[in-house]
Design a protein around this ligand. Structure first.
Ligand code: HEC
Length: 138
């Protein structure tokens, strides 16, 4: 029992160190997949990042890299079979276009390898919205 407060203190320090605040998202303190699962973030942008890197969810980094520096060391190197996701806001002034790309890429380009995330129920609409929030920070 005497250990409990100390353990709680450690957990708090760990939480503070690993769950990025708004400022930290800008400072590129992105959690890796294990941290996303163990300490699910509350910040919608960081939740979007977690969904994007999760191998059971978006797994976008199988194909795309994100304009994130430094790339978290414990993450696999991102794929390069698709364009790097950079400067999203200026390139996608219409968020609807970005939403369509993530929800159902083959509807825009039938020859694409990008999965139709919404139609195949790989991601929910709410999850896609979180990913969009993250993408717009790139
Ligand atoms: C299997 C590979 C693959 C995966 C996984 C994948 N994409 Fe793509 N994505 C592509 C390809 C290839 C393109 C290029 C456009 C095309 O094929 O029509 C693309 C294009 C895009 C574009 C438009 C890029 C631009 O600069 O115009 C966005 C945005 C995008 N993907 C977001 C995502 C997100 C977000 C995820 C994860 C939820 C994801 N992609 C997962 C293959 C993939």
């Amino acid at each position: 029992m005497r250990l409990l407060p100390r353990a709680t203190g450690c957990l708090l320090v760990l939480l503070l160190a690993t769950s990025p605040t708004e400022a930290q998202t800008n400072a590129n303190q992105w959690p890796d997949e294990a941290t996303c699962r163990e300490l699910p973030p509350e910040n919608e942008i960081v939740r979007g990042w977690c969904l994007a890197i999760d191998r059971d969810k978006g797994n976008c980094i199988a194909c795309h890299t994100f304009n994130v520096t430094p790339w978290p060391k414990s993450l696999p190197v991102a794929g390069n079979i698709a364009p790097p996701l950079v400067a999203m806001e200026p390139r996608f002034p219409d968020i609807g276009q970005l939403r369509r790309q993530v929800a159902d890429a083959p509807a825009l380009n039938p020859r694409t390898t990008m999965p139709p995330y919404l139609r195949h129920e790989l991601l929910t609409e709410a999850e896609i919205e979180r990913i969009l929030q993250f993408l717009l920070t790139l």
